[in-house]
Design a protein around this ligand. Structure first.
Ligand code: GDP
Length: 465
């Protein structure tokens, strides 16, 4: 998938890559070509317009980082806009965790992409056109839930249009070792769905996957039938399965299903094929529903989490430039950290400094990151690790400082009872928490004074070893 698009975008951006300076005309010219490339890849027109406008505005207004060229900067902007188009946002929460942590807890990105937090048996409804890969994907999901999450899964085919369909699911069930609902000929989809949930309850199943019938094209009867099934089963996930190869039609299909049935997410199949991929690029933007999974082959284990940044990376094929710009952006934060360190050496440390420190810590990803920048703080690092400072705690403390006026931040001594009450209310917390933060600030400010007495950070480092 994406080969054509990738090649065209590559050509456009390659031209920019080495440029020492970029004019508005350069950006305009490049965006014209990006626009054509996206349209040729079947991306829906409104999505293309939005994309190009966004990139143009950002590219023109953007300050170029010290160590990269303007061309590299534009590539990063295009990359981020692609991620946004695919995910609706930059940097999903899933990426906050590192691989080690994930594997340590035996987590599985595929099953975690699904929201299955209701009382068992949790229904998952699979919808889509005939031949989109619904039945195959049902079995793939069933198998994953069974092996990775040790769930007891029941699958049922509601496809009464094609007698072979129910049989097909039974065969896949046998192949994967996932139970399927016994077939009773002559039952309507709604009856089968009810029977499946009944059986799910009686048999102690965790999840019931309902594979609905598909038609070759959208029709009213199909929509009503599926909507009815959704109403009575109240599924935790309603997944629209779409074939990445169907091009522009995918947008029509997704819109129809989303409006008439309601979907919670999208599964894109045949990503392994040589489709132009534009449908995939449009679907999130058009429906507002996330692409959760992608099918990458006919085999039962060919199912992956849809990761927008990886897919964007694959489209652009310029991972090196993207990470270079990211690194440069991070080094600006290092500059800020150094500025703060100089202030601290002078023994100055008010609540604004504390706020900026919190922000840096959060941006760096972890406390250890910031401490690593300061010379010789081995002991302090251990203490902070022991205190178990985490992101949400820092966010809460930030909220408290943000509820203060500028004057309060500069002169914390003026914060007495009534101000504390107001600050706590503003941050959605208690006066005790405000007190705790003020005390922490005092201790830090005192430490800064000590640091100054000992002759700056170097002195501190010598003391602490
Ligand atoms: P349904 O009619 O929507 O239930 O579609 P099926 O599950 O029967 O799939 C139709 C065909 O597509 C089958 O031959 C599958 O093996 C194939 N298929 C499904 N998903 C994928 C995929 O991700 N990649 C490839 N290459 N083939 C797939």
């Amino acid at each position: 998938m994406f080969e054509g698009l990738s090649g065209r975008l590559g050509d456009v951006l390659e031209k920019l890559r080495g440029k020492g300076s970029i004019s508005e005309d350069d950006v305009k010219e490049a965006m014209r070509e990006v626009r054509v490339a996206l349209l040729e890849a079947d991306v829906a027109l409104p999505v293309v317009k939005d994309f190009v406008a966004k990139v143009r505005a950002r590219a023109v207004g953007q300050e170029v980082l010290k160590s990269v060229t303007p061309g590299q900067m534009v590539i990063k902007i295009v990359h981020d806009a692609l991620v946004e188009m695919l995910a609706g946002e930059v940097g999903g929460a899933a990426d906050d965790e590192d691989e080690d942590e994930r594997s340590a807890r035996k987590r599985d990105r595929v099953t975690e992409a699904l929201d299955l937090n209701t009382t068992p048996p949790v229904p998952i409804l699979m919808v889509g056109l005939q031949g989109s890969g619904k039945t195959t994907t049902s079995a793939k999901i069933g198998l994953r839930l069974k092996t990775m999450q040790r769930k007891k899964v029941l699958m049922a085919s509601l496809d009464v249009q094609r007698p072979a369909a129910q049989h097909q699911l039974a065969v896949l069930g046998e192949q994967t070792g996932v139970d399927t609902l016994p077939i009773i000929m002559g039952q309507k989809p709604v009856q089968i769905a009810k029977r499946a949930l009944d059986e799910g309850r009686k048999g102690g199943y965790d999840v019931v996957i309902l594979d609905t019938a598909g038609r070759l094209a959208i029709d009213e009867e199909l929509m009503e039938e599926v909507a009815e099934v959704r109403k009575i089963t109240n599924p935790a996930e309603t997944l629209l399965v779409t074939d990445a190869m169907i091009g522009q039609d995918a947008v029509v299909v997704a819109t129809e299903f989303n409006e008439k049935v309601g979907i919670s997410g999208i599964v894109l199949t045949r990503v392994d094929g040589d489709s132009r991929g534009g449908a995939a690029l449009s679907m999130r933007a058009i429906t507002g529903r996330p692409i959760k999974l992608m099918g990458t082959g006919e085999k039962m284990d060919a199912l992956e989490e849809f990761q927008a940044d990886r897919v964007a990376g694959r489209i652009l094929g310029m991972g090196d430039v993207v990470s270079l710009v990211e690194k440069a952006a991070r080094s600006i934060q290092v500059d800020e950290a150094e500025k703060l360190a100089r202030r601290m050496e002078k023994g100055k440390f008010d609540l604004e400094d504390m706020l900026s420190q919190f922000r840096q810590v959060r941006r760096m990803g972890d406390v250890k990151g910031l401490l690593g920048l300061m010379p010789g703080v081995g002991k302090m690092k251990k203490q902070i690790e022991a205190a178990n400072i985490d992101d949400s705690m820092i966010k809460r403390q930030e909220a408290i400082i943000l509820s203060m006026t500028r004057r309060e931040r500069r002169y914390p001594d003026i914060i007495k009872a009534s101000r504390k009450k107001r600050i706590a209310a503003g941050a959605g917390t208690t006066v005790q928490e405000v007190n705790k933060l003020l005390k922490q600030h005092q201790q830090m400010a005192q430490m800064m004074k000590k640091v100054k007495k000992m002759g700056g950070m170097k002195g501190l480092a010598e003391q602490m070893g």
